[in-house]
Design a protein around this ligand. Sequence first.
Ligand SMILES: NC(=O)c1ccc[n+]([C@@H]2O[C@H](COP(=O)([O-])OP(=O)(O)OC[C@H]3O[C@@H](n4cnc5c(N)ncnc54)[C@H](OP(=O)(O)O)[C@@H]3O)[C@@H](O)[C@H]2O)c1
Length: 303
Amino acid sequence: MNAAGLIKRLVHPSGLDDDGALRAAAHAKIVLVTGASYGLGEATARKLGAAGATVLLVARTTDRLEALASEIASHGGKAQAYAANLGDETAVDELVRRILADHGRVDTVINNAGKSIRRSLHLQYDRFHDFTRSLGVNYLGPVRLLLGLLPHMRARGNGHIINVSTVGVRIVPGPRWGVYQSSKGAFDIWLRSVTPEIQADGIAVSTIYMGLIYTRMSAPTPIMRVLPGLHPDEAADVVARALVRRPREITPWWVWPAEFGSLIARGPLSQGLAFLHRRSHDSESALGIQAPPADHPRARGGT
Ligand SMILES: NC(=O)c1ccc[n+]([C@@H]2O[C@H](COP(=O)([O-])OP(=O)(O)OC[C@H]3O[C@@H](n4cnc5c(N)ncnc54)[C@H](OP(=O)(O)O)[C@@H]3O)[C@@H](O)[C@H]2O)c1
């Protein structure tokens, strides 16, 4: 293993390396993956489709979902595309209705769809939609989806919710990340709050506090191109570990001391972050100069 591979192993949680266990856990399961058109969701859906799950693919980009469903089917798997905007309440209700009509149940929900924004406050004075859109996909949409599916899962006495969260909700909130961290944090807190209620009815909940993944989400932020990250397929192995082992959480080891440090050193950290903010810049996509790329330059291959 080279130095870059070693650093990656140190920084990120390990993924599942047991195809047999994944096939046993995924076989004949109906797994809903939100955000399946790109990045981690796409890689996860592909992996679970190959392992024998029936994968329900949710996102807005219909042609990508349909292409992925066809690809999974061409390898002998089962997948169905459900185009829906999670930020649209009516669309989420209709999504739940269609899925239950088509399949009768969902065994596993992988809450993966997400929107990330890194933008300074002064650039958001006339961008309230940054907040409403992020809350829609990162918080309110997933809550509404689960409000529709959980009654059926609880009545059947089993199910698994896998939430793809971010290490950002565990450590000191950084400048420019407020809308992303607060919306991801809101869902994290809501899910932790209801977990004791739904666990009693046989629903397992696993939260993955993900670090950097090389996807179109992280691509617009230049520093994210050089920091050690996972490729989508490697991150999908971490989701596969959650599906098989059903842990309460998967968290990189360094988050625990960082979380503790965030608590005891709030003042100095806030001053340090203010200093860094003054010496750094908003990305071109945050400034609206450049559209976000469709994919991360390091999304495939390499380290
Ligand atoms: N990338 C990272 O470094 C990183 C780090 C920590 C955590 N995460 C988390 O990992 C998850 C996956 O992120 P990613 O990096 O794979 O991002 P990505 O490549 O940008 O994919 C995001 C997915 O969410 C879908 N989505 C966005 N808005 C939606 C909406 N309103 N309705 C339905 N679907 C919507 C997108 O599909 P459409 O555009 O087709 O709708 C896409 O499939 C997210 O929850 C993110 O917060 C990512």
